[in-house]
Design a protein around this ligand. Sequence first.
Ligand SMILES: *Cc1c(COP(=O)(O)O)cnc(C)c1O
Length: 383
Amino acid sequence: MLRADERTDPRSHCMSDKVPYLDLPAQLRRIRPEIDAALARTLDNCTFCLGPDVAQFEKDFARFCGAEHCVGFNSGTSALHVAMILAGVGPGDEVITTPHTFVATSWAICYVGARPVYVDIEEATCNLNPALVERAITPRTKAILPVHLYGHPFDVEPIRDICRRHNLKLIEDACQAHGARYKGRVVGTFGEMACFSFYPGKNLGAAGEGGALVTNDAALAARARALREHGSTRRYYHDEIGFNYRMEGFQGAVLGVKLKYLDEWTRARRRVAHRYHELLADTPLQLPREAPWAESAYHLYVVRHPRRDELKAHLEANGIGCALHYPLALHMQKCFAHLGYRPGDFPVAEKAARECLSLPIYPELTEAQQQRVVDVIRDFFRR
Ligand SMILES: *Cc1c(COP(=O)(O)O)cnc(C)c1O
């Protein structure tokens, strides 16, 4: 179930001047017969936990990422948690990560008793700034967990070099970046492990919760499989303390259908993004830009402006859905007060939190809808 603020207003379909922030029904309409058949098969077979559809999806998604192994999970958060365990991160350890992301990136670090150590982001991409990483390393640093935020890859090579120099593990949070490319290569195999989310609103979304851990290391994949299933490889024999983090059969079935469309959907997202680039070029908005080495999967299209709150209110008053990713940097969250950070510690992240505004972007967004979004934005700057 989507959170209330993410659900599409059913009335939006009969109000032609309204543009929903996200339109999952439009995606479903196109593939409904295939989804129905896949769900019915799972129901007939009663393969509800893991099962053949999950196994097939794991094979297909590993191939999609150019990776040897994919292990399906019940969420991206679970996959990140297990990745931290597999990276050997434990109590008292530090993991370098970004303060400008969905909170689950930091949860994974906290779940194993380690401490998130934040490093400020780059202005252009809102991703971890490689130039600032090295000075945050201490003898307790075990790993770096950057995010391919908004679908735009982080700057892999300098961060990977730092990991090699300091003997740190690199784990990619690829939860927003299915199919994004860094120097022509799909994300997911740049570190020891990468984690993906199939939350319904993600570029590849389940009909519920889902996630995956991707790796080229057979031993890590085998241990990930055991950890997601109560720490066992043989039923009722438990080699280590594990979890119930299995992917559901229904989700494997749905994801298997949708994966076939993912490349097409990513191309459509990129077309929408490029149209926004053109249509908004002469407005006062700061637009997202791809680094020369990047092909973003455009999970989100995030513009920036100092009068963000007014603009958001204006869009909403005119029936345009929009959202904030993310309005409060992680080092300023109440749950992380014990980490002892202060306002001003990460000025670029704090400014991004104040100025970011996510516009509607999805493969089914029509040119007319997009024009409507742009018209309302232009109207705001004219007043
Ligand atoms: C969605 C997301 C997660 C968590 O994934 P879930 O499947 O919702 O648990 C983690 N990190 C980032 C960057 C995300 O966008």
